[in-house]
Design a binder for this molecule. Structure first.
Ligand code: ACM
Length: 795
């Protein structure tokens, strides 16, 4: 930790000065006690923080002194939270200062070290001093101050006991690493009322994020009232029903209930003001040319085929129905954007640009003629033409566009900022072309992905983005030199609401992952430490409880580590143990092996647990009697093949984290996750196990995955054979799957019995025939099919 020394009391204006002895005493105290930042648990981690001994006691006599009217917005963030014996502290003009005891000073400075969002916060026994160049800086100082106050400050029932209003002394100098720190919300897939939006903004501001990207239009609903086009909300904001199962589930399952909602322009203005008071800029997104189905349902004449019947989409996905680049469409979009720009003071307007299929444009004579007339190469250049025309209009109003990274295809509009979402490559390309970039790759920044074991999580779109993975994100790619890196303005978390319907589930998916990203975006790289972050998060969680945030705790879950080791005294034998760990320090792990849910009185984990046969372990983290995590459940399949090396005729293309022993590591892969599977792309699986000496078998069991939407298919058939020399093989049994795989995602177990007459054999082989190529009619038709297998269990 770097030590940051500055005067604890800075001279304040007018007639108040300090006496020297006091300064010396305070400095001595300051040097005496330097605590770790974890005890102060500020999220995101400040740039420089030094804890000092002593405390400031906030009471009903504390006075807040303010230098300028302009800073009052930041002060409101503080006074709104402080009610002592039912009253808020007095806020007075700094010119009327009569005391320097029990006071909070808000002072405007001109300090180049702090930039536009930085601040200094000094808490001493007599004063709290907040200094910043801007209201934003002061607002962020207040956020830090609130986080070191007792957690009850966030309660709606104020504390009365004076002792509870103790604030530890501290010296903080802080400013953000990136200027753009965003959180996005898709309100099209699921509409959220204004109250939820306001809480969303409250929370993102609390973690010093400064941008709310409001995704207002998409195939599944148009959510902003546009005066000139009332049908956008009359028709486009409503859908018949919503998909509730996985998209791969056939037949698809729907809730049968209409869903809808939109924001009036008055509500939008209210939210914009609300956000401004929290130093948050709202960037609205109006999607084009794709994700336009809700608009086309209202105004089919904006499509390339107005005779078609367009309906607001009832499931998520990518749809071929897109805006047609006619003058009518441009007039429409310019009218819409004009109303939008009136409502949102942000300098950026997001125009989407992602996932816009070109099929309708390929079929359209108008589009083909336009391509010729404009001398364009193809439909990608037509998309670029589309975006450039819109950009020109937006630029003419003094604003700039942001688009998803597809806007790079066919040529980037001259002043566009790129949001890199399909990975980091779009961001790298754009930065090299001297365009501003916001990094938001799906791998680390998509909070609609799973954050824990999908088997025990509510339905999500897929993927796996743990808290740790989010925290590990580095927004500035190594590929950029320091000049190019300047174009990386920051990062953003994206929250697509395919399955996120309720406010509770929304919070569960976003928190604490958004806090991890907030720290990535705010804190210096060298101040980031995941273990320390999690410690601070745990300490902070009481505040989230008071705020009634339904955050996830999956990051605390127990992790199992299975080891199968040869015994030193007798190398013929092995011992299998499972060790357990959690990222939280000094907490109890409790576990069971009898199938029951662990309680605070279950076995306390102290050393690796030995297992001798197939066992289901359930474990959770406790602090005393309080459960801190979800229950981790894992069955370890101990069988004759467990821990054995094997040879493969064809190399797997991917072992999906299961590694060298993927097929015999005792852990079975699951349907919803790619982890543990061994995948063969286009070729067959042939696994040979050598037991060293002849032995008898009763059955072999092996699982295969069918997941056609991911190009993964059950094998045509599976054959098990045995041999004594590894050359001459005897087929024992066979299972056939080719006739009826179906479209659904599921696991099929091949259970192959041995005949009672099978003589003991040394070698065993499992052969699974890959279907070869994706079948006719499949999106991957003619391309290599995947075969996914896991866990060969031999009894
Ligand atoms: C996106 O996720 N389609 C930008």
């Amino acid at each position: 930790m770097s030590i940051f020394v500055q005067s604890l009391y800075f001279p304040i204006k007018k007639n108040i000065s300090m006496n020297k002895t006091h300064v010396a005493a305070c400095l001595a105290m300051f040097m005496m006690c330097i605590k770790t930042s974890a005890q102060l648990s500020i999220l995101p981690q400040p740039q420089k923080l030094v804890a000092v001994s002593g405390s400031f006691y906030l009471n009903n006599k504390t006075i807040i002194y303010v230098e300028t009217e302009e800073t009052r917005a930041a002060i409101k963030a503080l006074t709104d939270k402080i009610k002592i014996d039912g009253t808020q502290p007095k806020v007075l003009d700094l010119n009327n200062t009569t005391t320097n005891d029990n006071v909070i000073f808000f002072l405007k400075t001109d300090d180049s070290a702090l930039g536009t969002e930085g601040y200094r916060l000094s808490v001493t026994p007599r004063q709290i001093n907040i200094r910043a160049n801007t209201t934003q800086g002061m607002f962020y100082a207040v956020q830090s101050l609130l986080q070191i106050m007792p957690p009850d400050i966030f309660s709606t029932v104020p504390l009365r006991k004076k002792s509870a209003w103790k604030i530890p002394c501290v010296e903080i100098e802080d400013k953000p690493r990136y200027s753009y720190r965003g959180l996005h919300l898709d309100v099209s897939r699921h509409f959220q009322p204004i109250s939820v939006i306001k809480k969303y903004i409250d929370l993102l501001a609390m973690y010093k994020m400064n941008t709310f990207h409001w995704h207002l239009t998409d195939d599944q609903g148009w959510r902003i009232a546009i005066k000139k086009y009332p049908k956008l909300t009359e028709i486009g904001s409503k859908r018949k029903q919503t998909l509730i199962g996985s998209l791969s589930e056939k037949p698809e399952r729907y809730d049968g209930k209409p869903h809808g909602g939109f924001y009036t322009q008055e509500q939008i203005k209210e939210v914009v003001t609300y956000a401004q008071e929290r130093c948050v800029t709202i960037i609205p997104e109006i999607e084009m040319p794709g994700h336009a189905l809700a608009a086309l349902a209202a105004y089919p004449e904006l499509s390339c085929d107005p005779s078609k019947n367009y309906e607001v989409a009832t499931k998520w996905g990518v749809f071929e129905d897109v805006f047609c680049p006619t003058d009518k469409t441009f007039d429409f979009l310019q009218d819409v954007l004009s109303e939008v720009m009136e409502l949102f003071p942000a300098k950026y307007i997001h125009i989407g640009g992602d996932e816009s299929p070109k099929e309708a444009w390929k079929q359209s004579k108008f589009c083909q003629d336009l391509i010729k007339k404009e001398g364009l190469k193809d439909e990608h250049e037509l998309q670029s033409f589309f975006i450039k025309r819109i950009e020109k209009f937006i630029n003419s109003k003094g604003k700039n566009i942001i688009g998803w990274d597809e806007i790079l295809e066919g040529g980037l509009a001259p002043n566009a900022t790129v949001m890199s979402w399909r990975g980091i490559e779009g961001g790298i390309t754009a930065a090299k072309q001297k365009h501003n970039v916001i990094m938001t790759p799906g791998s680390h920044c998509y909070f609609d992905y799973y954050q824990g074991d999908p088997e025990t999580e509510p339905l999500a779109i897929g993927g796996y983005t743990s808290l740790e993975k989010v925290y590990s994100y580095e927004p500035t790619p190594d590929e950029l030199n320091s000049e190019q890196a300047k174009y990386i303005l920051g990062a953003q978390g994206n929250v697509w609401t395919e399955y996120i319907k309720t406010a509770d589930y929304l919070e569960y998916m976003v928190y604490p992952r958004a806090i991890a990203l907030a720290e990535v975006m705010w804190s210096p790289k060298n101040r980031r430490d995941y273990t320390d972050f999690v410690e601070r998060l745990l300490m902070h969680s009481k505040r989230l409880d008071y705020l009634k945030v339904d955050y996830a705790t999956r990051a605390y879950d127990v992790k199992f580590d299975l080891k199968n080791q040869k015994n030193i005294s007798n190398p013929e034998t092995t011992t299998t143990t499972v060790s357990m760990g959690t990222v939280l320090k000094d907490m109890d792990i409790r576990y069971t092996t009898d199938g029951t849910t662990p309680k605070s009185t279950s076995n306390l984990y102290s050393q690796p647990v030995e297992i001798t046969n197939t066992t289901t372990l359930k474990a959770a983290v406790f602090q005393g009697s309080k459960l801190l995590s979800k229950v981790t459940i894992q069955t370890f399949y101990i069988n004759s093949a467990f821990g054995m090396k094997y040879s493969l005729l064809n190399a797997p293309k991917n072992t999906y984290e299961s590694g060298e022993f993927g097929l015999t590591n005792g852990i079975r892969a699951t349907e919803k996750s790619y982890a543990q599977w061994t995948g063969f792309n286009g070729n067959d699986m042939e696994v040979t196990l050598d037991f060293g000496v002849p032995r008898s078998f009763s059955k072999a069991t092996i699982n295969f995955l069918n997941r056609p939407e991911s190009w993964i298919f059950l094998p045509d058939y599976v054959i098990i054979s045995v041999s004594n020399d590894g050359k001459e093989w005897l087929d024992i049994n066979r299972a056939d799957f080719a006739h009826n795989r179906g479209d659904n995602r599921y696991i099929r177990e091949a259970k192959l019995q041995f005949s009672e007459y099978t003589k003991p054999k040394r070698f065993l082989k499992v052969f699974a025939k890959n279907m070869g190529k994706c079948p006719k009619g499949h999106p991957g038709e003619g391309q290599a099919a995947w075969l996914f297998a896991d866990e060969i269990i031999i009894d």
